[in-house]
Design a protein around this ligand. Structure first.
Ligand SMILES: Cc1ncc(COP(=O)(O)O)c(C=O)c1O
Length: 447
């Protein structure tokens, strides 16, 4: 029997047997160094007995209650903990079972905020090109990952959403521009779009603080998000930051926006929040937004069966406590530049490596046909997929992405190793990846 609708039909991936630390073992006896934590999820690696014990203890006490009847200590403590580490601007949190659900909730909350303030005309959402906010129709529709949207285009009305350019200096910063000028140009484009739509019609601006899987770990230029924050403030627009991939310590701070010097109105986190031990996502709400609901309807117009799920929250709480106790976010900040340096040494000279960029333990290598012109491959992402496959053969897991640039071009691989990865393992990552890349390009560049 083969009853699962696998990602590629009829192609069953290897059966995993177990995981320990940064390694996964399959049933055939092969071992893989997990250099991407799945999709930037497994911040504590695999097989962590402490987190498993916390999950088991919660399930034994009570696994699930409906949030209209009860709350649980795990849910309450996680809320306090998460709000606390987000910073003084944060006031409340709500937990879901995925990043997509958290983004749906954030978008609905932004709308409700304006309704309760007596501004019902604020319906429009501005997002960014080349960005991903989730697979559900709302989150997908407001993002800018066109090749995932095209089949469903008839369901997405363009009346109440539009996109501005994402911040992607490697491709779109002009050669004669400084970072500050580039950030200023993008801000001016946002201002123009706001004028075009009419500020009084705009509910929210949505952006990934560090762009994730679509283009591969692209930190913004310094100052860009300060411009964005200022523009949103001036026009009464809610700033929703999507830190589902880049947040929770992945970039070396609890939130990536901490490094940008901005405070969002709503931020969503997910992947590293539960470290993969349970499926969890969260929306964290600022005092500004929270207080409007408090003074108004006193109720968020949204509900899901598994909101604030006890077992899910117990896992996330245990993950945060462990990250904090072992000072692993600081370790990511310290060792992130080492990973970057290792990648540059191993790959920087390769003819088809166009860019190596990232922050903390969130890095990407972008592949190009021609380094001088930055001409991407037109393989629909096949180059990245081949590198993933070659790396996997060598016992290394890296996360491929591609086909997302205009015309279905572009290839990159993401590296987002667990925060417990040792220096020696970081060296192994760079060495194995180098082998895989050389092997793939030695065979030629055509898929
Ligand atoms: C930036 C970003 N937002 C949202 C999502 C959606 O999260 P999920 O797949 O947990 O629904 C993802 C998933 O990759 C993501 O990277």
């Amino acid at each position: 029997m083969n009853s699962i609708l696998h990602r590629t039909l009829g192609r069953k991936p290897p059966l995993v047997a177990n995981g320990k630390g940064v390694f996964l073992n399959d049933r055939e006896g092969r071992t893989y160094l997990d250099a991407c934590g799945g999709a930037a999820v497994s911040c504590l690696g695999h097989g962590d007995g402490e987190i498993a014990a916390a999950v088991f203890a919660q399930m034994r006490d009570v696994a699930y209650v409906h949030s209209s009847f009860f709350t649980t200590e795990a849910t309450e403590l996680l809320g306090d903990r998460l709000v606390g580490l987000c910073g003084p601007w944060a006031r409340s949190a709500l937990f879901f079972s995925s990043g997509s659900e958290s983004m749906e909730a954030a978008l609905k909350l932004a709308r409700q905020y304006h309704l309760e303030r007596g501004e019902p005309h604020r319906v429009h959402v501005i997002g960014r090109t080349l960005s991903y906010h989730g697979a559900t129709l709302g989150a997908l529709g407001f993002g800018g990952l066109e090749n995932r949207k095209v089949a469903f285009a008839p369901w997405f009305s363009n009346d109440h959403r539009s996109l501005v350019q994402t911040c992607y200096p490697y491709r779109y910063k002009r050669p004669d521009e400084t970072d500050a000028e580039y950030g200023g140009r993008l801000a001016a484009e946002l201002e123009l779009e706001i004028q075009r739509v009419g500020a009084a019609r705009i509910a929210a601006f949505v952006a990934e603080t560090v762009a994730g899987a679509t283009i591969g770990a692209v930190p913004p230029v310094d100052g860009y998000f300060r411009h964005v924050r200022d523009i949103c403030n001036r026009h009464g627009i809610i700033l929703i930051l999507d830190e589902i991939m880049c947040g929770m310590g992945r970039c070396g701070s609890w939130l990536a926006c901490h490094d940008e010097g901005v405070e969002p109105d709503i931020v969503c986190v997910a992947k590293g929040l539960g470290g993969g031990f349970q499926p969890v996502g969260a929306m964290v709400v600022s005092s500004r937004v929270h207080s409007v609901l408090e003074a108004g309807s006193r109720s968020f117009m949204h509900g899901q069966t598994y909101m604030g799920h006890a077992t899910v929250c117990a896992a996330a709480l245990a993950v945060i406590e462990k990250l904090d106790r072992l000072k692993l976010v600081r370790r990511v900040a310290d060792r992130g530049p080492v990973l970057g340096q290792l990648l540059r040494e191993a790959l920087g000279g390769h003819a088809h490596v166009g860019d190596i960029r990232g922050r903390g333990f969130f890095w990407a290598v972008e592949f190009v046909e021609d380094r001088a012109t930055k001409q991407p491959f037109n393989s629909g992402g096949a180059v990245a997929t081949r590198i993933k496959a070659a790396a996997m053969e060598k016992g290394l897991l890296c996360y491929p992405g591609g086909g997302n640039l205009p015309g279905g071009c572009g290839d990159h691989i993401l590296l987002s190793p667990p925060f417990i990865t040792s220096d020696e393992q970081l060296e192994q990552i760079a060495a194995k990846l180098k082998d895989a890349i050389h092997q793939v390009f030695a065979k030629g560049t055509q898929p």
